[in-house]
Design a protein around this ligand. Structure first.
Ligand code: PLP
Length: 287
């Protein structure tokens, strides 16, 4: 496949970054993953706004304006289409603080950010029928990451370790709760529950990433007259929910049928999921 590195498009196998890059040494950078289907991106405006605010939060100058980012994305999709014939293409963008001559924690003066992008195949758009969708099983554990989870940092060791807990339990993801027993998000997704036909998702704060899929879903549900509330809920609320869903750019809205070995609802994908995914598909390219 074809990658983007510091202004050039080149084969991914030829893209090289110095080991002195602060992205490598410190995880000092910000990233984004943008889903595209048949060359149409989903949530580009939201992804660009989150990238901009993440870079600003860690004092890295945004190397490109939105038009330039859009052009890079379009070129990556076009150049990679022959390698990914399904047309379900995720674009990864990564901006690190750059390469320094020494390893010293303080921000160096006058280094240029390293900008990297590559393309990879994502799952096809979710089906509309609940009998055709892959149902997820998840683990549950206390969030042991840092206190700035709203920043889409490339330092993902905390997320990796939480995700691995799920893998070791033979499930697909790990839902996280804080020390007060409130659900926040999952290791690589946001979380929704449904109770009595009302959809709930935790409000945005420093404990979770402001997922673009989450925000498109909230808007889509409102447009489709699905009742939705941003409010905190507990582990008990999660386990006693009628339905549980995960959201992320690569999964869209994914139904969860088992948490920590316990069935959710009747253990099958629910009817509200079907309504939700229809509402999401109707709105996702407009968002
Ligand atoms: N939460 C975490 C920790 C994530 O890593 C991600 C994305 O990968 C999400 C939530 C979902 O965000 P988005 O919908 O923007 O992909």
């Amino acid at each position: 496949t074809i990658a983007f590195l510091n202004g050039d498009f080149l084969p991914l196998s030829e893209a090289k970054i110095s080991p002195m890059d602060r992205g490598f040494l410190f995880g000092d950078g910000i990233y984004e993953v943008i889903p595209t289907y048949q060359a149409k991106p989903v949530g580009m405006k939201g992804h660009m706004a989150r990238l901009k605010s993440g870079l600003s939060a860690i004092s890295i100058t945004n190397p490109y304006d939105e038009t330039q980012w859009r052009d890079i994305l379009a070129t990556l999709v076009e150049k990679n289409s022959p390698y990914i014939p399904s047309g379900n293409i995720g674009i990864y963008f990564h901006v690190s603080r750059g390469t320094d001559s020494k390893r010293f924690h303080a921000f160096p003066d006058n280094i240029a950010p390293t900008v990297f992008g590559f393309a990879f195949e994502i799952a096809p758009a979710q089906p509309l029928n609940k009998h055709d969708v892959k149902a997820f099983k998840v683990a549950l554990e206390e969030d042991k990451r840092w206190q700035r989870c709203h920043i889409k940092s490339t330092s993902l060791l905390g997320n990796v370790l939480h995700f691995q807990t799920g893998v070791e339990q033979g499930v697909n993801e790990t839902i996280l709760h804080n020390s007060a027993g409130e659900i926040t998000e999952a290791s690589s997704c946001n979380v929704f529950i449904v109770k009595n036909n009302v959809v709930y998702t935790p409000p945005l704060d420093n404990q979770l990433l402001p997922g673009i899929t989450r925000s498109i879903a909230l808007e889509a549900f409102t447009r489709a007259s699905i009742e939705v509330e941003e409010s905190r809920f507990s582990i008990d609320d999660l386990l006693n929910a009628d339905e549980v869903w995960l959201s992320s750019s690569s999964k869209e809205i994914a139904p969860v049928v088992e948490v920590n070995g316990m069935a959710i609802g009747d253990g099958n994908v629910g009817d509200m999921w079907q309504k939700a995914i229809k509402a999401y598909h109707d709105y996702k390219f407009i968002a």
